[in-house]
Write a protein that binds this ligand. Structure first.
Ligand code: CP
Ligand code: NVA
Length: 314
């Protein structure tokens, strides 16, 4: 299983397109294994620390259950549990944790923190969400779409709302890697950072997929196979200047029945990384509707994270 030269997963950049495809295949097999009650304990005697500076339900539980399914021990280190960032520097914490644990999972603020942990701990680090990226989410999103459509290349994925956030950055790059077309539907100030656009464009050149920016939501969703949204204010951004204006600015991008209809396709599906703020970025009707795959998508976090753990540790 360890065909990968780099063991940390901080970003989509840490895997090639063939490796990403292999991870998706592995995750499908792991899902079947779990359904069949097969637990080979490939991570027995491994110890994994979950270092979380922000709240989490799906990502935390995915890492915890995946570790337990594979026989590893997990230690949850919340923001008030250890000296990290208070009495002890990031650099010292990384070097200490690397002596105790076989791998570290980090959820927090700066992408740079995840990189420093990986550089100084000497053990694989998984990015469980930073302000800039949410790469494990994107892998689960691709898995969910491939399960549903049986292919990824050529799908038209439209991301509406705050596309300047971690989920959009990672999803945009992931779609470009597998040849899915990605459309950003947002006011220009909420478009992804140039750095991530450049990364995605490099993949688009290889796969032939496209990256489009639209501020008209109705035009953006035309022919979409997938409408994807996320919260309008991400964790850690609640008190930023202008946070209150987002509701007014992003209201036209709410995924609702009208926008689902405007795709012109009865088969368009809805995805959301969750947790959702129903009535804001998505209507109750679409969230609960039959085209919503959000709970399958949430479950797939577990199988894809298990694949990523095995990739890093076996
Ligand atoms: N989608 C996601 O990362 O959810 P949590 O914040 O609950 O982990
Ligand atoms: N963009 C959201 C994703 C939560 C899973 C946030 O960072 O809060």
């Amino acid at each position: 299983m360890s065909l990968f030269p780099h063991k940390s997963f901080l970003s989509l950049n840490d895997v090639s397109t063939p490796e990403l495809r292999e991870l998706l295949q592995m995750a499908r097999e792991l899902k079947q294994e779990k359904r069949a009650g097969v637990f080979p304990q490939r991570l027995k005697h491994k110890n994994i620390a979950l270092l979380f500076e922000k709240l989490s339900t799906r990502t935390r539980c995915s890492f915890a259950v995946a570790c337990k399914d594979e026989g590893a021990q997990v230690e949850f280190l919340g923001k008030d549990d250890i000296h990290f960032g208070k009495k002890e520097s990031l650099e010292d914490t990384a070097r200490v944790l690397g002596r105790f644990f076989d791998g570290l999972v980090y959820r927090g603020y700066a992408q740079k923190t995840a990189e420093t942990l990986a550089q100084l701990s000497g053990v694989p680090v998984w990015n469980a969400l930073t302000d800039e990226e949410h790469p494990t989410q994107a892998v689960a999103d691709l898995m969910t779409l491939e399960e549903h459509f049986s292919h990824l290349a050529g799908l038209r994925v439209v991301y509406l709302g705050d596309a300047a956030n971690n989920v959009a950055n990672s999803l945009m790059v992931a779609c470009a890697m597998v040849g899915a077309h990605f459309v950003v539907a947002a006011p220009e100030k909420y478009w992804p950072a140039k750095e991530y656009v450049a990364q995605a464009m490099l993949h688009c050149e290889k796969t032939g997929s496209t990256l489009t920016f639209e501020n008209n939501p109705t035009a953006a969703v035309r022919h979409a196979d997938v409408l994807y949204t996320d919260v309008w204010i991400s964790m850690g951004f609640e008190n930023q200047p202008g946070a209150g204006d987002r509701i007014t600015e992003l209201r036209p991008y709410q995924v609702n029945a009208e926008l689902m209809k405007a795709t012109g396709k009865a088969e368009t599906v809805f995805l959301h990384c969750l947790p959702a703020n129903k009535g804001f970025e998505v209507s109750h009707e679409v969230f609960e509707g039959e085209r919503s795959l959000v709970f399958e998508q949430a479950e797939n976090r577990l199988h894809t994270i298990k694949a990523l753990l095995l990739r890093g540790l076996v």
